[in-house]
Design a protein around this ligand. Sequence first.
Ligand code: PMT
Length: 395
Amino acid sequence: MVGKKIILAVTGSIAAYKAAHLVRLLVKNGAEVQVLMTPSATEFITPLTLSTLSKKPVFTQVIAEHEWNSHVELGLWADALVVAPATANSLAKLANGICDNIVSAVYLSARCPVFLAPAMDLDMWKHPSTQGNVQRLKSYGNHFLPVGYGELASGLVGEGRMAEPEEIATFLAAFFQKKQAFLGKKVLITAGPTYEAIDPVRFIGNRSSGKMGVAIAEQFAERGAEVTLVLGPSKLNPQHPNVTTVKVESAQQMYEASVKHFEKMDIAVLSAAVADYRPANVAEQKIKKKGEGMTIELEKTPDIAASLGKMKRKGQFIVGFALETNNELKNASEKLMKKNFDFIVLNSLQDAGAGFNFDTNKITILHRDNKRKDFELKTKAEVAVDIVDEVLAVL
Ligand code: PMT
């Protein structure tokens, strides 16, 4: 954590006293810590204690004594924002975009990863309102430190204790370590559909949006990889500085771009829904309607995955995808072996919320030794984390 800039936002819970120990641990681990406090947090522990430990003034208001504490600058400065303790009230504000104190204002401005360590009484934690807010905050990509079980300030026993400062510091250190895991690695991703022209106005295509592949590209980029994304026709336009997007339209163009870049790559993830066939002849002019029917002769497109599988040299790693509607496991494991993938990600259109265009997906990862991992339905961003974690685990 040496040199990491961390904002510790303390909100009004009795667990605020643990913030002092957390600041000590973060500073000891080499982090630069800027403490923010909500007004009610200052009732539990003084700003003086936390500023002494962090060696920086503590901000408790956006505007204090005619001074403007720029929430935008703070949000951009940080490598991580940690809200510990995070009360039920603060979670509700953050989940709903309410912005009435320095903590909620910085949260909305922050571009860095956010970590939330809830602390509250057991019934407040179990309440559907709180759980709904937790789910919403998770869907925004925020990370939660699990609450502990034990005696609470009320004297009741149950879930709701804030994670211990040591656990929070370890979680953060592991996060930063994981974030660098693919530094120096080059990753090729294929994503989206392909369009195969019939004439200048019509094409054969499919329903892929590119969301799954773009999420994987962004996840590798987040962890330090240099990503080349070969993207078929899609509305998406990833902005991550580590992602270079090569836009293509047809299977042939996707094949040429992928083969060109693969040589230099360490890892390839082939999530594109590539047309298997294309019209054998593309009409130069718009085809006119005549007769009751028409036949289009199709020819095979190049199989990008199979070609890269053949080109693969020692040290290169390929993840394939299989989109199935029936005989899922059998079909996927045949593709895994035939195309020389290192593992394959199976998604089935039989599963509600999985496959094309949804923001969610449900996957099974199959390895060459028949080892298999089933995952529950998750957002595509979360699925991307699981896939990238699996690559890391195997490598
Ligand atoms: O883009 P989204 O809307 O988010 O949807 C995501 C997705 C459903 C497209 C994605 O999760 C997915 O399953 N992608 C693979 C779809 C597919 O075409 O699978 P397949 O079983 O037909 O192909 C097997 C593998 O060979 C895939 O890795 C595919 O990219 C590759 N392939 C196939 C044909 C071909 N000519 N070249 C290839 O590289």
